[in-house]
Design a protein around this ligand. Structure first.
Ligand SMILES: NC(=O)c1ccc[n+]([C@@H]2O[C@H](COP(=O)([O-])OP(=O)(O)OC[C@H]3O[C@@H](n4cnc5c(N)ncnc54)[C@H](O)[C@@H]3O)[C@@H](O)[C@H]2O)c1
Length: 346
């Protein structure tokens, strides 16, 4: 049994890896501040599901405050193998208190202000959490001699890279959003902690992750909801912008393989693309949702948004070769599984 600290463990990717690690009988400590980037009740639901407590509907009572709900959540979910720390990674003292009381073999830092467009509105908040908060965690890994670290980076570091598919060796100096800039900085800072303090580190560049529990601000989730509610969906550009969509189970497999790689090897600093390695245009994505729902979308055509890249497309040769990463979910199946989950949850 290994002991993991997962920051952002109540979020989409964090809570899914927590569920997997608990099933594999590891011990997991999570840190999350349940911020309001999207409805925090969804994050409570994530934790209930990950810890196999999903029958507890009482959390959605409007009579409880957010703090009361999370205190209750902790009472129900905490066990020998799972501990919830309701805290903010920017809070240095709190972080030290948490690190001092838990034994930790590996940290997965998934806590972040995610999302490209909102980062144009609050760039300094993105810097505070994604850089300052992340550095707090790294400083504590240094202090408490935790030598294994996985960082959630992003395909957004490639900016509007012209060469496709994107390779880890491509130059990533041309970010086009504050969010992307924080993720690129995170890679550089991670390298410093590896070199100076011997922290073995894997930086994972996730390519648009989707599937059950997906963030409600992301297009597939948002569009599904709006099509079902017969609302107009914002359709940016002419529909040719495209994304390498990656199904959550494939991402989880990539994270687990990275964790195993870190435990088996010393002196590691690696960056890996984790993508699905096939590209779907915005137009095709909307069509796939329409087909699965059996319902037409009402499109509200708008110009392409600042900060949005035209295309993402992962070259996953490196992750395949070194980690044995092998995404298997095709887009239509992934959409079907997402919609199945969506209909059961709402
Ligand atoms: N979902 C994707 O497609 C995608 C793509 C590329 C990279 N990523 C990265 O993966 C990670 C997880 O993304 P996600 O989609 O699960 O997002 P998410 O928003 O669902 O999860 C992030 C979690 O971090 C928590 N958090 C935010 N600020 C915090 C703070 N200051 N202290 C403590 N907790 C805090 C949030 O409450 C949330 O639960 C992020 O680092 C994101 O940038 C995600």
């Amino acid at each position: 049994m290994k002991k993991f600290l997962i920051t952002g463990g109540a979020g989409f990717i964090g809570s899914t890896i927590v569920e997997k690690l608990l099933k594999l009988r590891h011990k997991v400590i999570i840190i999350d501040n349940f911020n309001n980037f999207y409805d925090y009740n969804k994050k409570i639901q994530n934790i209930l599901e990950s810890t196999n407590n999903c029958k507890n509907k009482e959390f959605f009572s409007n009579f409880l405050s957010k703090d009361e709900k999370i205190t209750k959540l902790k009472k129900i979910c905490d066990s020998d193998n799972f501990i919830l720390e309701y805290s903010d990674i920017r809070n240095t003292e709190e972080m030290d208190r948490i690190f001092s009381k838990h034994e930790i073999d590996l940290v997965f830092n998934a806590a972040a202000m995610a999302g490209v467009r909102p980062s144009l509105i609050e760039p300094t908040l993105y810097e505070e959490v994604n850089i300052r908060g992340y550095m707090n965690i790294l400083e504590l890994c240094k202090k408490y001699e935790i030598k294994k670290f996985v960082q959630a980076s992003s395909s957004s570091v490639y900016g509007n890279n012209k060469e496709v598919p994107f390779k880890e060796t491509d130059i990533v100096d041309f970010a086009i959003s504050p969010y992307a800039a924080t993720k690129k900085s995170g890679e550089v800072i991670g390298h410093v902690y590896h070199k100076l303090y011997g922290i073995d580190m894997v930086q994972l560049r996730f390519f648009t992750v989707y599937g059950p529990k997906q963030r409600p601000d992301l297009a597939i989730h948002k569009f599904t909801k709006m099509i079902l509610e017969e609302k107009e969906i914002p359709f940016y550009g002419d529909g040719t912008t495209s994304r390498d969509y990656t199904y959550i189970d494939d991402i989880i497999d990539g994270i687990l393989k990275s964790i195993n790689y870190l435990f088996k090897n010393e002196k590691v600093y690696e960056i890996f693309n984790l993508g699905g390695s096939h590209v779907v245009s915005l137009k095709k994505m909307v069509e796939a949702i329409e087909t699965t729902l059996g319902k037409k979308a009402i499109l509200n055509k708008q110009p392409i948004q600042p900060g949005d890249v035209e295309k993402t497309y992962a070259d996953i040769t490196k992750a395949k070769k070194i980690l044995g990463y092998n995404p298997t979910t095709n887009f239509e199946d992934g959409i079907r599984k997402f919609i199945e989950w969506y209909k059961n949850t709402i």
